[in-house]
Design a protein around this ligand. Structure first.
Ligand SMILES: C[S@@+](CC[C@H](N)C(=O)[O-])C[C@H]1O[C@@H](n2cnc3c(N)ncnc32)[C@H](O)[C@@H]1O
Length: 278
């Protein structure tokens, strides 16, 4: 049996649109009434909420952030997979990590900080952690290195912390990485091994936060396939906040379908999707 979609009224759609833009930076197209209705109707049914107006009021009043997190989950996509846009990982391993590690060594510092700023279910940050371990080799243990993985969505972060993935997904990783950093589980799935999991910290963070709460600057930032939801003014302001938490010479990676605002002055282009703070 198909359930008829109750279309959101335009006034409620505009209120919702303004809310997700202000709180999450997501710029919803002005014609997405039926998409929004289709994705939110199950939530209204589950929560026994009669109207979209009441739903918006409930999301606003929800101090736990649970409803807002679910709203973002439903309006954006958490889709991710291992080794996505593979040339980024190749460039990271061949060029970017050796460059930043060399710079840290010359500065006589043994810190290496990597931020995965829209980590979704963890495939991307575990890969970054594994590549950092590979790049430092036996020296890794004597370095203060690690990956901070953040996302606005609490459910994906929970999955990411577990680090358990289907066989098909993990097969995308080059075999040496898979063998060294993942364990096969009895049910055929794979889990990031304990050593790798210990190198990652998962935190909930909204990229629209006015200031990022980090004390140490980052050497590498992956912020891929999230800015696609943001409009130019939002991206421009985000560039300032990102640059403020990155070291000079740090690399930033963005998704293949994304671009930086043409008038940003914080980063110089290195190659498609890769930028560097001068
Ligand atoms: C398509 S996934 C990208 C995952 C991974 N970076 C990749 O490229 O495969 C987009 C992620 O951005 C997150 N997201 C959306 N808006 C956000 C915001 N304002 N702050 C932080 N994360 C956000 C979503 O929850 C989702 O997990």
């Amino acid at each position: 049996m198909t359930v008829a979609i109750k279309l959101i009224e335009d006034a409620d759609f505009q209120a919702l649109r303004a809310y997700v833009y202000d709180t999450c930076g997501i710029a919803l197209d002005n014609s997405k009434h039926s998409l929004v209705s289709g994705r939110l109707q199950p939530v209204l049914a589950r929560e026994h909420i009669a109207t979209y107006r009441e739903y918006i009021d409930r999301v606003r009043a929800d101090t736990t952030g649970r409803l807002r997190s679910e709203l973002v989950d439903r309006l954006s996509t958490n889709h991710t997979f291992f080794w996505r846009e593979a040339d980024h990982f190749d460039f990271l391993a061949r060029v970017a990590l050796p460059a930043v590690i060399g710079a840290r060594r010359r500065a006589q510092s043994k810190t290496l900080r990597i931020w995965c700023a829209a980590s979704s279910a963890g495939q991307e940050p575990y890969t970054l952690g594994a590549l950092a371990m590979e790049a430092l080799g036996v020296d890794y243990a004597s370095w203060d290195a690690g990956v901070l993985a953040t996302d606005i969505s609490a459910p994906v972060l929970e999955r990411a912390r577990e680090g358990i993935y289907d066989n098909d997904d993990v097969q995308r990783l080059p075999e040496p990485l898979r063998k060294r950093h993942f364990d096969r589980l009895p049910d055929g799935r794979w889990q990031a091994n304990r050593r790798l999991r210990d190198e990652l910290t998962f935190r909930r963070l909204n990229l629209m936060s006015p200031r990022f709460p980090f004390k140490q600057p980052f050497d590498v930032v992956f912020i891929r396939n999230v800015m696609i939801y943001f409009d130019m003014p939002t991206k421009l302001a985000l560039m300032d906040r990102l640059a403020a938490v990155m070291r000079s010479g740090a690399f930033m990676f963005i998704g293949a379908a994304e671009s930086l605002p043409p008038d940003q002055r914080q980063f110089e282009s290195v190659r498609p999707g890769v930028f560097r703070k001068p």
